[in-house]
Design a protein around this ligand. Structure first.
Ligand SMILES: *Cc1c(COP(=O)(O)O)cnc(C)c1O
Length: 478
């Protein structure tokens, strides 16, 4: 990865030049339009995409910062929140906002809880949130940003939150509980109704993270899948995050944060009334807010509608089940837990799963690699409805290749063990250099060794250094 320094452009490039440049650059990107990516992108098909984009474009330049300047966007936002409140069994007291994504929704939920506690639980000096280890790292980002303590409890063998462990972790400083519907790593639903009992008993806030499930669960439930109640229907749930830019299939940059009542949402808002530039009040984390994303979210919900979401949810679940049963028929592979929705994690007790990932990458498939233990993660969506056979065939083939590559498997293990040993005696910077060395082999499609190494370093200071260096490198020119 050599990326030369660039100077500030003197002349204007033409539209054609810019388009050509982008086209070249995009060659290296994942081919999601052909259903080759089981992560990051959710595609509702060309017709729906065009429709949402047309509305997005109407607000391309608009700023939703000042609702009196663009009442259209304020209306659109309030109505989008209302549509979501309806979907998630809210009532006339439900409040919320559109945010830029799940992370912002979660940041706001934690900031709101902290400020709620400052007012309502003044005896708490350092607030604490109790949550299962399966929650999204956006929560840890929030705790870091807002200086809130947290206690993580272990999940059960089924990957779900352990209700007893959560109860035991609650202490006098606990202000909130969190659960996922479903959690990302294994796609399973936490026992939300049971956790809500603790929240009610102990008078705690309770956030349900439906970022990934929010726009699937209500529809697959309607289709007859066994989905337990997860939203405001459950007494005790006080806030919900749900991403419209995931299974809501909107343009990127759209999620909703919902609160059970107006009094709670007020703690989300930010105010400064003494500025010479005027009274500054803002509902979310952003100052300037892209009108396009808000309009895109609204256009997705209205332009797809319940009938469209049901159709997409049904096709997605059919594809999920086809892939699940395909995996189950392949000797050596195993699905982790019992996925409630369309997220699948699988592993192997016979093969190096990361070597299998390399083989699948070579065949053009993209997905996430998980750790602790190593698994591969597939987020199935509407685009995958026609490629399940092709994927399972390639998977079968890749498994055979890896089965006959026992040596490579061994060597990555040896390498991992070596680095683990080294990490005890070498300074972090040296480990980082080692990782940069293997950085070249990332492009040589031999990520298994690197992931093995990362796994061996899991939870160490060395790994943190490596990842910080990696982030510094990838967002830099050299
Ligand atoms: C994606 C996701 C998030 C974070 O959402 P972003 O839009 O990526 O910021 C949070 N929780 C879960 C369960 C998710 O899947």
């Amino acid at each position: 990865m050599s990326r030369p320094k660039v100077t500030f452009p003197e002349k204007a490039s033409s539209k054609e030049e810019l388009l050509e440049e982008v086209k070249q650059r995009k060659r290296k990107d994942i081919d999601w339009r052909k259903g080759r990516a089981f992560c990051l992108v959710y595609y509702p098909g060309e017709e729906r995409e065009e429709k949402i984009k047309a509305i997005y474009d109407q607000f391309y330049t608009e700023n939703a910062l000042n609702p009196t300047a663009t009442p259209s966007l304020a209306e659109i936002e309030a109505e989008t929140v209302s549509m979501c409140a309806d979907l998630f069994h809210g009532d006339e007291n439900t409040r919320g906002n559109i945010t830029t994504g799940g992370t912002e929704s979660i940041l706001l939920a934690i900031k709101t809880a902290r400020d709620w506690a400052r007012k309502n639980r003044p005896q708490v000096k350092k607030p604490n949130v109790v949550l299962p280890e399966s929650v999204h790292p956006a929560f840890m980002k929030a705790f870091h940003y807002f200086d809130v303590d947290f206690t993580v409890t272990q999940t059960g063998a089924d990957g779900k939150a352990d209700v007893k462990a959560l109860r035991e972790a609650v202490n006098k400083d606990t202000i909130m509980l969190v659960a996922s519907a479903p959690s990302y790593p294994y796609g399973v639903m936490d026992p939300i109704s049971e956790i809500a009992v603790i929240a009610r008993e102990k008078n705690l806030l309770f956030h349900v993270d439906a970022c990934i499930g929010g726009f699937m669960l209500p529809f697959i439930k309607e289709l007859g899948y066994a989905i337990p109640s997860f939203d405001f229907e459950v007494d005790g749930v006080t806030s919900i995050s749900a991403d419209i830019h995931k299974y809501g299939y909107s343009s990127k940059g759209a999620s909703v944060i919902l609160y059970k009542e107006a009094a709670l949402r007020k703690f989300q808002f930010s105010l400064y009334t003494k500025w010479h530039g005027g009274i500054y009040g803002s509902p979310t984390m952003m100052g300037t807010r892209a009108g396009s994303c808000i309009a895109g979210a609204w256009a997705a919900l209205k332009g797809i509608g319940r009938e469209g979401y049901l159709e997409m949810a049904e096709a997605t679940m059919k594809a999920t089940r086809a892939i699940q049963s395909g995996i189950e028929t392949i000797d050596g592979l195993e699905i982790v837990g019992k996925p409630d929705m369309s997220l699948i994690a699988f592993t192997s007790n016979k093969l190096d799963i990361y070597a299998l990932a390399d083989e699948l990458n070579k065949r053009g498939w993209h997905f996430e690699r998980q750790q602790l233990p190593p698994t591969l993660h597939l987020t199935v969506n509407y685009i995958h409805r026609n490629i399940t056979d092709e994927f399972i065939n390639d998977l079968r083939e890749a498994v055979e290749v890896v089965r006959h590559k026992k040596m490579a498997h061994l060597s990555s293990k040896v390498q991992a063990a070596t680095v683990k040993g080294l990490s005890k005696i070498l300074p972090a910077g040296t480990i980082a250099k080692l990782q940069k060395g293997s950085g070249d082999s990332i492009e040589n499609e031999n990520k298994a060794a690197m992931y093995g190494m990362m796994g061996a370093l899991s939870g160490t200071q060395d790994l943190e250094e490596i990842v910080l260096d990696f982030l510094d490198n990838i967002y830099s020119v050299k």
